[in-house]
Design a binder for this molecule. Structure first.
Ligand code: AMP
Length: 187
């Protein structure tokens, strides 16, 4: 199963994608986590990404798409995957379509996690990540609205989107996610 977790920063995509990946036994590919790991290991990719992440801006598409294409080339990701944090603009969504078409794969379902803005801001402030200061959070939310939300319409046109309410305990939201995945795969 090839899935995308979609939603605003702080809505819980990472937590829920991780949990579903475990349950389905497929890998979780998070571009943000890959950038942070590369930075920790002082790799060039991480150092290049840092200046954008620090501002809450999008890392350039060529760097970001290269990570995803590289992940698809690894055998462990060949039996399905959960993408989290990618695609984040229309050009990435189109690059993803092209990469998948070349591999003879397609996206089965886009899980759209939602929560009120006040809730996601509170969650981010309590996460304590270096890019979770109030100014950077506000910028990330602006970027989400202007660049990332159009991606939702792109997938809605293909009738691939299932909305899941992201407020509740981690387990409650997880059960909703599991139901959502079933709904779309059965139809
Ligand atoms: P996340 O962990 O998904 O919140 O991502 C943290 C930061 O990594 C973002 O604020 C961006 O700077 C960068 N990033 C992650 N995924 C992408 C992407 N698909 N395109 C561009 N930048 C990204």
């Amino acid at each position: 199963m090839n899935l995308i977790f979609f939603g605003a920063p702080g809505v819980g995509k990472g937590t829920q994608a991780e949990k579903l990946a475990e349950r389905l036994g497929i890998p979780h590919i998070s571009t943000g986590t890959i950038f942070r790991a590369a930075l920790e290991q002082k790799k060039e990719l991480g150092l290049k990404a840092k200046e954008y992440m620090d501002r809450g801006a999008l890392v350039p598409d060529d760097l970001t798409t290269a990570i995803v294409v590289d992940a698809f080339s690894q055998p462990k990701n060949s039996n399905g995957f959960i993408l989290d944090g990618y695609p984040r603009n229309l050009s990435q969504a189109k690059a993803l379509e092209t990469a998948l078409r070349e591999l003879g794969k397609e996206i089965d379902n886009v899980i759209y996690l939602t929560a009120p803005k006040e809730e996601i801001v509170q969650r981010m402030l309590s996460r304590g990540r270096t890019d979770d200061t109030e100014d950077v959070i506000n910028h990330r939310l602006d970027v989400y609205r202007s660049e990332t939300e159009p991606v939702l319409i792109f997938y809605q046109n293909f009738e691939l989107v299932t909305e899941v309410y992201g407020v509740g305990t981690i387990d409650e939201v997880h059960e909703r996610v599991v139901d959502a995945v079933k709904v779309n795969t059965e139809s």
